[in-house]
Design a protein around this ligand. Structure first.
Ligand code: HSE
Length: 393
């Protein structure tokens, strides 16, 4: 029997306990032994909980119990979670997490401790919730040079953008709706300003190219200043506005990563990923494009990924998974990447062609330019008096 402890009994932690209970038999059959939740750590009291007999408030109980093999960290944030994860790894326990902030900011150090202690630190649920994407990236696609990764990595903002295009409502109203449905938090900053997607694209980059890309090193732009007018013009012309995380390897061996809203043609499958769903495209030099789609958040989808990692950790208890990345990514700023731009303002197509060289009209006063850097696009937007500018995938 594999005994585990869950730290943090919020949405994800409770989901993991539920999956362990509901799928107890099938997990035992697949693993060859039962997974038993021995402790649940939380500072709060949960009167009447069916797990009341396993609730504890003192982390050292887990740390000092040799029977606990795997610790699920679903506390969130990078303070208490960092301290407890370090201590659990140092105590020789495998740690599994859904905590993207912690993995993106301290993953390298934690994986190094895991290597020294010969245990696993696994985090499939930290990107794409229930979507299997990290294991396919580091295992099934390991024979490829990864060229590019892009996708919708945040469900809350995708719900807001979907409601704007389908419901014809403003960003502010769509955000209120998302909050009423429990998708967006009371303080939605991390989601709507692209920070959550930024952490996830950093984790994908770390795994794809083996060099640490910190959230602090990349530009993150969210959707709070997206106008309904631009969403509507894009939709009428066959595009969807989507918040994308993007990471790529450049020909000079350098790499880039950023988060920003983009116009995506509806001929691209990523444009059809709606509501709270996530979609991630990975391009390998042997496989070509592979797309991953599914529920990027929620208690049971996230717990599904966590439980998969728990099972994997137990299966790799003797010979740990070889995961990790080093420092020293050679990063190119997103502002230097040439790409097409959407510009809107009170200008003619001729004006746009004179200033940008190349321009395709979506509607009077709304064009898509040829490829240029952000600096060039900003200069062109300034000359044309554009009121909106967005990247085009
Ligand atoms: N706030 C995140 C989202 C939760 O909306 O996608 C999952 O990471």
């Amino acid at each position: 029997m594999a005994k585990i402890a869950i730290m943090g009994f919020g949405t994800v932690g409770a989901g993991v306990a539920e999956v362990a209970r509901r799928n107890q038999e099938i997990i035992a059959r697949r693993l060859g032994e039962e997974v038993y939740v021995k402790y649940i750590l939380d500072v709060r009291d949960f009167a009447g909980s069916p797990y009341a007999d396993r609730m504890i408030k003192d982390f050292s109980v887990i740390e000092n119990d040799p029977e606990v093999e795997v610790v699920v960290e679903s506390i969130g944030g990078a303070k208490v979670a960092l301290d407890f994860t370090r201590r659990a790894l140092l105590a020789g326990k495998h740690v599994v997490t859904s905590n993207k902030e912690l993995v993106a900011t301290h993953g390298r150090e934690l994986l190094e401790i895991a290597r020294e202690k010969n245990v696993n630190y696994l985090f499939e649920a930290s990107v794409g919730g229930g979507i299997p994407v990290l294991r396919p990236l580091f295992q099934c696609l390991a024979g490829n040079e990864i060229e590019e990764i892009y996708g919708i990595l945040n469900g809350t903002t995708n719900y807001i953008l979907t409601r704007m295009v389908q419901g014809g409502i403003s960003f502010a109203d769509a955000l209120k709706e998302a909050q009423a449905k429990g998708y967006a938090e009371k303080d939605p900053t991390a989601d709507v300003e692209g920070i959550d997607a930024g952490r996830k694209i950093c984790i994908l980059s770390d795994l794809a190219w083996g060099k640490e890309v910190s959230p602090a090193d990349i530009s993150m732009e969210g959707i709070s200043s997206i106008h309904l007018t631009d969403v509507d013009i894009a939709a009428a012309a066959g595009y969807r506005v989507k918040l994308l995380g993007r990471a790529m390897r450049l020909e000079n061996g350098k790499q880039a990563a950023y988060v920003a809203p983009h116009l995506v043609s509806i001929s691209c499958p990523i444009a059809t990923v709606d509501d709270v769903f996530n979609g991630i495209m990975i391009r390998g030099n042997a496989v070509g494009d592979v797309m991953f789609y599914g529920r990027g958040a929620g208690d049971l989808p996230t717990a599904s990924a966590v439980m998969g990692d728990v099972i994997d950790a137990v299966q790799h208890r003797e010979k740990r998974r070889n995961l990790g990345w080093s420092q020293g990514a050679a990063l190119v700023s997103a502002a230097e990447l040439p790409m097409k731009w959407y510009l809107r303002g009170n200008f003619s197509l001729d004006d746009a062609r004179t200033v940008c060289g190349q321009a395709e009209e979506l509607r009077t006063g709304a064009v898509i330019t040829g490829a240029m850097t952000e600096t060039q696009a900003k200069a062109a937007a300034g000359k044309l008096g554009a009121v909106s500018m967005l990247r085009v995938l």
